[in-house]
Design a protein around this ligand. Sequence first.
Ligand code: GCO
Ligand code: MG
Length: 402
Amino acid sequence: MKIVDAQVIVTSPSRNFVTLKVVTEDGIYGLGDATLNGREQAVVAFLREHCVPALIGMDARNIEDIWHYFYRGVYWRRGAVGMAALSAIDVALWDIKGKALNTPVYNLLGGKSRSSVAVYGHASGRDLPHALDRVAEYLDMGYRYIRVQAAVPGVKDSYGVQKGSGSYEPAKKGLAPVETWDSSRYLRFAPQLFEAVRAKFGFDVHLLHDVHHRCTPIEAARLAKSLEPYQLFWMEDPCPGELQEALRLIRQHSTTPIAIGEVFNTVYDYTTLITEQLIDFVRLPPAHGGGITHAMKTAALAGVYQVRTGFHGATDFSPVGMAASLHVDLTINNFGLQEYMGHDPLVSEVFRAPYHYEHGALHLSDAPGLGVELDEVAAAKFPYDPACLPVARLEDGTLWNW
Ligand code: GCO
Ligand code: MG
């Protein structure tokens, strides 16, 4: 089953998405999500210049070998751009295989371990009372897992707080906007926020919180300890994860579960974290972590150490990337939770998603392959619209982790 064509499609229905379409000699095509928020064109160039020419002529059935060709065979391996490109290639090949065998991808990965995929939504408040209103809205919508964020009093730009109406989207037009951050105010406020949420809603709902890499390891340990009474389902990215050993410090001080890795690229970013049981959830999804092939391996290593998955599912992923996550989520035994933010309605003019939200979960159709359809005519109506993620500075101007 020779690959005869591969196109990189860039479209911006409310936000930018990059999609790889791989076409085989018998007319079957597969889709892969190559979106990397704020760095879209780097992945486009990498795919068009370096991957597509090599892909043409390969046998689409040999997913494992093609994966290694674009991983081992690339001397400058790993990195966000290269792995986003490889992820798109791999996911498109799984889509093709499913369509060729007339079965959904989850059947090829081992079949269903559950009937639907539990998701968490984002309750973000302009202030504490607004965050409580948002939690109530998510409970009314049937969510049983809710991430809670709120603007920190005295801090100009808190992470995760929606400005204006519409869905939260941190990337802004033009060059990176500068936000101001203050960890000490945040460390005082976070326990007050969760105290108020638990006082109002009790302990039946699962609560999550994203620290978004803002703390040092010892600050993160203090935060994890101070949040312990509120029994979070997870605390996410408490400090930058590239120093895996730093998580030992947090672990020594607290039993608050930890989720990490949305900015990772491969299982190698996780080896210490998983094998020393320093975390509880892996966040790296197929669309950024080497596709379905590598996500299954990362999940398998995690499973051996009783670490579960909690794939990143921000609006940054197109319905193609989300579908890839859902096929894995449905299959693996050590599934934990899936992030789901939903997209702007314009996105559905371009992508027809095979999943829908109901009663706190996403339900995936049994269409062959990934099940996503892309309307290329509609895609062409929304040209690329440059946008960038912010940078953070402390009040004295020191550059910090956004
Ligand atoms: C999350 C993430 C996102 C990121 C975004 C950056 O947990 O959903 O932290 O909100 O900020 O993916 O592009
Ligand atoms: Mg996050």
